[in-house]
Design a protein around this ligand. Structure first.
Ligand code: DGY
Length: 320
């Protein structure tokens, strides 16, 4: 799609993601940037690109981009909401089942030759979902899609968000709005679905983890820094919670020596919640459509910084 209307410089080197120096060098004469969540786009990068009109990220999250700095410079920032919602919701359900029903642990037991006794009623037991309370921290698109899927397990869902979602409660009568502390203290499983902002950084810290039930599980498919990792390791070590399933981390890639890798009651995934073939294809298409729209002087399908329209009105750029 991009090649049809733009000249492209593709980062193809083995070094991945591109180094900051390379990014700053290559972006100098560019009108548009299509980046990934691994590219930190801040004031320094934008200053190096006086012609930059659009930053299109191939992700729904945009915490790697300094939005106020982009807006100030009249740069449009776009992202890929909606197209990965189902993939992430499906994966969240997968993580919940994996950690509560000990699926990864069970697999490891067989592969390491530890399944050496006959069937036993107490072997690898875990809690049933039916009748349990699930807590959702954040009820945006992904939170709602997760709630819909989990509802089929006949659970009660407590959710916390900045606003009460009457529209969702009407469709899913098993849902109840609550403050964050109630969600944490009454839920058997707590799943995080908030974006990373300065307000959600370390939202789940030592104090919040202590509010959870000792039998509860924490699931994170949002962003690593929403959870204070050190506090989580302490919570797991000291048994404040029963386990965790994590797809995102403060440090990515997570080193194999990290303390989180030492717990059998923790399921780890390498930031792949959106990794269905379909979602990744749709993300690519939406990222391209966003970028092309801005260059054509048209409203992009998923603009992050709407205020930019007042700073630099949309205008067609010469294209090939
Ligand atoms: C996103 O899009 O922000 C996810 O973390 C990766 O798909």
């Amino acid at each position: 799609m991009l090649r049809e209307c733009c000249e492209i410089e593709l980062h193809e080197s083995k070094e991945y993601p591109p180094s900051r120096e390379e990014l700053i060098k290559k972006i100098r004469d560019k009108d548009a940037l299509l980046c990934l969540l691994t590219d930190k786009i801040d004031a320094e990068v934008m200053d190096a690109a006086p012609n930059l009109k659009v930053i299109s990220t191939y992700s729904v999250g945009f915490d790697h981009i300094d939005i106020p700095e982009a807006t100030k410079r009249g740069i449009y920032v776009t992202h890929t909401p909606g197209v990965l919602t189902d993939a992430v919701a499906e994966f969240t359900v997968g993580l919940i089942l994996a950690v509560t029903r000990r699926i990864v642990e069970a697999d490891k037991i067989i592969r390491s030759g530890q399944w050496d006794k006959p069937w036993n009623p107490y072997f690898l037991t875990g809690p049933e979902l039916k009748g349990k309370t699930i807590g959702l921290i954040g009820l945006g698109r992904i939170g709602v899609a997760t709630a819909k899927r989990l509802s089929s397990f006949e659970v009660k869902i407590l959710y916390y968000d900045l606003e009460r979602r009457w529209d969702v409660e009407t469709v899913l009568p098993n849902m109840q709005f609550a403050d964050i502390d109630t969600v944490l203290s009454e839920s058997d499983i707590v799943s995080i679905h908030v974006p990373l902002t300065k307000d959600t950084y370390h939202l789940i810290n030592e104090e919040k983890l202590k509010k959870m039930k000792k039998t509860a599980y924490l699931i994170n498919t949002a962003r690593g820094p929403v959870v204070d990792t050190e506090a989580l390791v302490k919570a797991l070590r000291e048994g404040w919670i029963a386990g965790a399933a994590l797809d995102v981390f403060e440090q990515e890639p997570l080193p194999p020596t990290h303390p989180l890798t030492k717990f059998d009651n923790v399921v780890l995934a390498p930031h792949i919640a959106s990794a269905t073939i379909e979602a990744r294809q749709r993300m690519a298409e939406l990222a391209a459509r966003n970028l092309i729209a801005v260059l054509k002087g048209e409203m992009p399908p998923a603009l992050v910084n709407k205020e930019v329209l007042k700073i630099r009105p949309l205008e067609k750029v010469k294209m090939i």
